[in-house]
Ligand binder design. Sequence first.
Ligand code: KIV
Ligand code: NA
Length: 262
Amino acid sequence: KSRLTVPQFVARKAEGKKLTVLTAYDYPMASLVDQAGVDAILVGDTLSMVVQGHDSTIPVTLDEMIYHAEMVTRAVRNALVIVDMPFPSNLLGVHEAIRNAGRILKETGAQAVKLEGGADQAEVISGLVNAGIPVMAHIGLRPQLVHQMGGYKVQRDQDRLFNDARAAADAGAFSIVLECIPQTDAAEITKMIDIPTIGIGAGKECDGQVLVLNDMLGLTEGHVPKFVKQYAKIRETVTDAVRQYCEEVQSGEFPAPSHSFR
Ligand code: KIV
Ligand code: NA
């Protein structure tokens, strides 16, 4: 069995079957997420925040994205693997974007890249697509623009959203992430374009959904956005296990004879 392909991913829209996407950043988690049955795994530049501990997605480098994407592709058998182009690897002209996205595909074995942008990135999207590199666009809230926006807010400029969605689709993107936009606008965009929309904070009428794995597993410390649903409490599980281990080592309960050699 081989991984889901980009055309198979796109075909889901016409089939009316929702697409499931989650992020992953390393071998063990990617392996679990893949075997549990998601359609696509995104090596997101949220790596910068949830793995590296930075307070935005700006610091992570292309080399670091490639390093983690390699771990993920080694684990994934079934899902489509998509890798984020980190800031500013897609912003230095079409030529440089092809060089950087080309490195991602060559060095990691991922099948597609994602980049933040819509109308403003149309030329880059079509350049990559002409080079045989499938592109997922990302419009609405764009975390790489945090310094320009001064924070993370719901994006309500409807004209801009529609224009970005159309431009990304026309430029040849195979799918678009809609982040943090009103659900009515996401529904409208989903009807307007032929490629699948993948929502995060964009309501249920998108063709699919994506979440940051660490957020939905309850692994992220502190605040998580309103659009996140926590499906597990991994921090509690880990904390309990470590506390119990420390207690049992102190008390002499661990290691027991069954963990020892005679
Ligand atoms: O970097 C990321 O994890 C993302 C998803 C949240 C869409 O871009
Ligand atoms: Na991202």
